[in-house]
Design a protein around this ligand. Structure first.
Ligand SMILES: Cc1ncc(COP(=O)(O)O)c(C=O)c1O
Length: 440
């Protein structure tokens, strides 16, 4: 059971996808479209003024395959794509499971630490081509802000980032990373927007949330014509850009001669989960494959597990069009967790629809995150992978599934994705795993 060379399934740069996969035309029915709020205002038309035109076209495209421009493909290859798929024999042995565990490594080689770079590069590329001066965004964990700062620097754009305040305070290393790549970082709620000022009046130490940071970013984009808004999750075009993860994975499965029985990843808004599973779901929908899909969430924001499937806003202030999603309510307060990237009130419309149809399942783990960080420790000590706090949820769900196989004796092929590394999250590890030792 020692690791073997053939357990590392790599692809050559030539094999990196030439197209993104758009699942919209393969869904059994049209995805419920965005709607304007009943209170008035044409929010859908307003998107033309705040979003990157090419991304907006992709958002509603009917084309199954959307070409990745050659220039952008080269950048993806420069940042280390395709990324490996690896068999986890040491973890299998540790768990005494007959299941076969494979991990897709978005953490490995990512210059910013996670899968977020996959859409950041695409959005910065199209914004630069269209001649905009900069991009503005929100960030929760800081992974998306880091990715967008990096991508905008590469394409000579400016970058303004509203970062959920308590995560901003936790992660000075990520802040410096964003600044190194010329990102202008504001703790959110911030005094530079109307939305932020109102919240700070009520509570000068407001911890913030992803949906508040989105409201601030949108407000900034509305008053700065030369800027466009870039979103790091939820929207169709973001999931589309992330499908390079799943397309690589399917090719790697084919090379290794394996058929996944279940694919697992963490889910906040749904971008890494969607990117990982949508190409396989497309094949399931065409009857070409059988596979289960499991999203791992936190009970702090169990949008797929406990949310309602209905129209809701994507931001806290309610300034976006309404999207049909599993939602906890856009103004719901959610407890602070270390996996800040999972603390979002709703799941992407595409993933929500697939959950509604029973194609995607979800599980949510306790708010104290002890079991999740324990899974991260096991993954680190068996496979030498240090997951980001968000990615540790994926590891936890994969370990649980492998343990179920130990009970049932099933030799399932379990594929899970590690969306990012935790090198800049070691204080979270300290708090969750070593607090007692540190006190001594
Ligand atoms: C490493 C990592 N994984 C997962 C997530 C969750 O987001 P999403 O559901 O869009 O993949 C985040 C969000 O910040 C993240 O940074």
């Amino acid at each position: 059971m020692t690791p073997k060379a053939e357990d590392v399934i790599v692809l050559s740069p030539d094999e990196f996808p030439r197209y993104w996969y758009n699942i919209l035309p393969d869904l059994p029915e049209s995805l419920p479209p965005p709607q304007n709020p009943p209170t008035g205002g044409d929010r859908i038309a307003e998107l033309q003024q705040i979003m990157i035109p090419e991304c907006l076209r992709m958002e509603f495209s009917d084309n199954r395959w959307i070409p990745i421009p050659d220039e952008l493909r080269e950048v993806y290859i420069r940042i280390g794509r395709p990324r490996p798929l690896m068999r986890c024999r040491r973890l299998e042995r540790y768990l005494k499971t007959p299941a076969k565990l494979y991990v897709k490594r978005e953490d490995m080689g990512s210059p910013t630490g996670s899968h977020k770079i996959n859409t950041a590069l695409a959005q910065a590329f199209f914004a630069a081509k269209a001649g905009f001066e900069g991009l503005v965004t929100e960030t929760g964990a800081g992974q998306w802000g880091s990715a967008l700062a990096y991508a905008t620097a590469l394409f000579d754009l400016r970058c303004v980032i509203f970062w959920v305040r308590f995560a901003y305070n936790w992660k000075p290393g990520r802040r410096i990373f964003m600044q190194l790549y010329r990102g202008e970082v504001h703790a959110s709620p911030s005094p530079i927007t109307e939305v932020g000022r109102k919240l700070l009046e009520k509570d000068p130490n407001h911890p913030g949330s992803l949906s508040i940071a989105i409201s601030e970013g949108l407000e900034y984009a509305r008053v700065h014509d030369e800027f466009r808004y870039a979103l790091g999750s939820v929207l169709n075009h973001v999931l589309l850009h992330q499908t390079i993860i799943g397309l690589e994975t399917l090719l790697q499965c084919e090379k290794a001669g394996i058929q996944p029985d279940i694919m697992i990843s963490s889910l906040g808004g749904g971008s890494n989960f969607g990117g990982f599973v949508l190409p396989a779901i497309g094949e399931v929908l065409k009857g070409k494959r059988q596979c289960e899909f499991l999203a791992a969430q936190s009970l702090a924001a169990p949008n797929l597990v406990k949310g309602e499937y209905r129209y809701d806003y994507a931001d806290a202030a309610g300034t976006t069009p309404l999207l049909k999603m599993y939602t906890l309510g856009h103004d719901t307060e959610m407890p602070v967790i270390r996996a800040e990237g999972l603390r979002y009130h709703a799941a992407a419309p595409i993933i929500s629809y697939l959950r509604y149809k029973g194609i995607v399942r979800a599980v949510a783990y306790a708010i104290d995150e002890k079991e999740v960080f324990e899974a991260a420790r096991i993954l680190a000590q068996t496979e030498g992978i240090t997951p980001a706090p968000e990615s540790a949820y994926s590891a936890k769900a994969a370990i649980d599934e492998a343990l179920r196989c130990r009970e049932s004796g099933e030799e399932k092929v379990i594929l899970f994705s590690i969306s990012g590394h935790g090198f800049l999250d070691l204080d979270a590890y300290a708090e969750k795993l070593f607090k007692e030792e540190l006190r001594r």
